[in-house]
Every structure is written in C-alpha cells, then in structure tokens.
Write a protein that binds this ligand. Structure first.
Ligand code: FPP
Length: 257
C-alpha cells in the first residue's frame, strides 16, 4: 500500500509508515470484530477509577473507526457491553450507560462526516431508556450512509442470540412457514442479529486474555484470531496496523488443504 495516498495523520509515526507500506490493500479483512478489553486495568495502573479507563477506551474506538474508514474496511464490530457485564458494580454500569449517551451526542456528527452507518446487535430493549434512545437516534441518523458499517454489540451474548434465532425458526416450523429440512447453517445465519453482515474475517482481543467471552460464537467458525497484551486504551493505529500485518501472514484454508 502506498502511504502517500493516505491521509496526513497516517504519517505521524515511522512505524505506521513502514507498516502501511508492507500492507497489501487488496488483502485486508472485510470485517474486523474487536473485544475491547483492559480498560479497568489501564485505569488502575494510573490509580484512577475504572470509568476513567472506559473514557480513554472511547478514544481508541474513534481511532479504529477512522482507521477502518481510511483503509476502506467495510465492517467493524465492537463488543461494547456484554449481557454478562450487568454483574459489574452498579456505579460502573451506570457510568458506562451515561458514557454511551455523552459519546453518541458528541460523535454522531463525526460519524456522518465519515459516512459511517451504525447498526446495533444485542438485546437493546433492556438498556436504560436514555441510552436506548441515544443509540436508536444514532442508528436512524446514520442509516443512509454508505461507507463503513459500525456494528455496536450492546447487551449482547452470542448464546442468547442463537437461542432467539432457534425460537424464531421453531415458531416458523410450527406455523408451517418452514419445514425441518429447510434448517441449515445459512438459514440460522439469517435469523441471528448479525443477519446480512458478513462473518468476521479477523477478531482482535486486547489485554492478554485469550477467550471469546460469548462474542459472535456462531459467526467466528473460520475467523482468524489475534490476541495482544496491549490494554484497549493503548490500542491505537500502529497496533491495528501490526494486527493487520499478522492477518495478512495467515493462510486461511477454511478446513481444506
Ligand atoms: C472492557 O474492559 C470494556 C468494556 C466492558 C466497556 C467498553 C466500552 C467502551 C470502550 C466504550 C465504547 C463506546 C461506544 C460509543 C460504543 P474491562 O472493564 O473489562 O477492563 P478490565 O478487564 O481491565 O477490567
């Protein structure tokens, strides 16, 4: 990839410039999914409350969006709040829900400027009313954009998503709309909340943890996984470029030879 065709702020480090030169623009993932982990530890290291880490994490989210836009990667999915995250202390959950509202009201202009379309996956109905309204407004406001699709996983759990899909299929079989022979892997994909979104080619998890934590379990059957020790608030463009170089070194065989 020729760095000179990239925006000026891509040249802010020698590292980015050389990584960019090594990247093959024609072999980038179509869909990147990210488990943004390590905000709490990042804050603790600086003697700050956990919410400070989540706020710093938003800067990395902004940088990933701009990077995917710049690299013309069509889909980015971010695990923003899992269905298990409700078990965190109440003040942290309230802080994250408030942070979403603040960030969305501030960022929606930038998302539109960058031609980003926001989609949501997960059980949105159970979010606090203001948070739900802020996300729904953001989805509506960006619905006609044609660039990057940013999929925000909110109150999301992959197993719960599969259960919902199976219930829909079961209802359709009972109603005679489907018969059991119609059930195949493609049909199940169309009933998941990720219907219409291609499976992720590449999944990144930060902070040194090496598990999937109930994220996109059905969709990641052939996804390349990338784990890094970097804590999410420190995961910026250079780190993404390194991850993409690793992706381009993989030999994807999808179970074949
Ligand atoms: C994981 O770190 C992070 C979260 C559960 C929240 C992530 C949310 C954001 C970065 C904000 C995203 C903003 C928008 C607008 C979508 P952790 O708390 O599990 O960190 P730890 O493992 O070090 O405790």
């Amino acid at each position: 990839m020729d760095p000179s065709t990239r925006q000026l702020d891509w040249f802010d480090s020698e590292h980015a410039r050389s990584a960019l030169s090594a990247l093959d623009e024609g072999a980038l993932p179509r869909h990147i999914a990210i488990i943004m982990d390590g905000n709490g530890r990042w804050a603790k290291k600086q003697g700050k409350p956990r919410i400070f880490g989540h706020k710093a994490g938003v800067v990395s989210v902004r940088e990933m969006i701009a990077s995917c836009v710049e690299l013309k990667i069509p889909y980015l999915t971010i695990y923003s709040f899992s269905s298990e995250n409700w078990t965190r202390p109440e003040d942290e959950v309230t802080g994250i829900m408030k942070l979403f509202v603040e960030v969305l009201s501030r960022e929606v202009i930038n998302l539109n400027k960058q031609n980003v379309r926001v989609k949501l996956i997960g059980n949105i109905a159970d979010l606090p009313e203001v948070t739900k309204a802020a996300f729904e407004e953001c989805v509506q406001s960006t619905a006609n954009n044609t660039g990057l699709t940013l999929v925000v996983a909110l109150n999301y759990g992959a197993r719960q998503d599969v259960v919902t899909a199976l219930r829909t299929i079961s209802d359709e079989v009972s109603a005679g709309v489907l018969c059991s022979d119609d059930i195949n892997t493609e049909l199940i994909s169309t009933k998941l909340s990720t219907a219409g979104i291609p499976d992720p080619d590449f999944m990144i998890r930060t902070s040194g943890e090496t598990r999937l934590s109930n994220f996109l379990l059905y969709e990641t059957a052939y996804t390349e996984l990338y784990f890094t020790e970097i804590l999410w608030p420190d995961f910026k463009r250079d780190a993404l470029l390194d991850a993409l170089l690793s992706f381009q070194g993989r030999n994807r065989r999808y179970g074949g030879l």
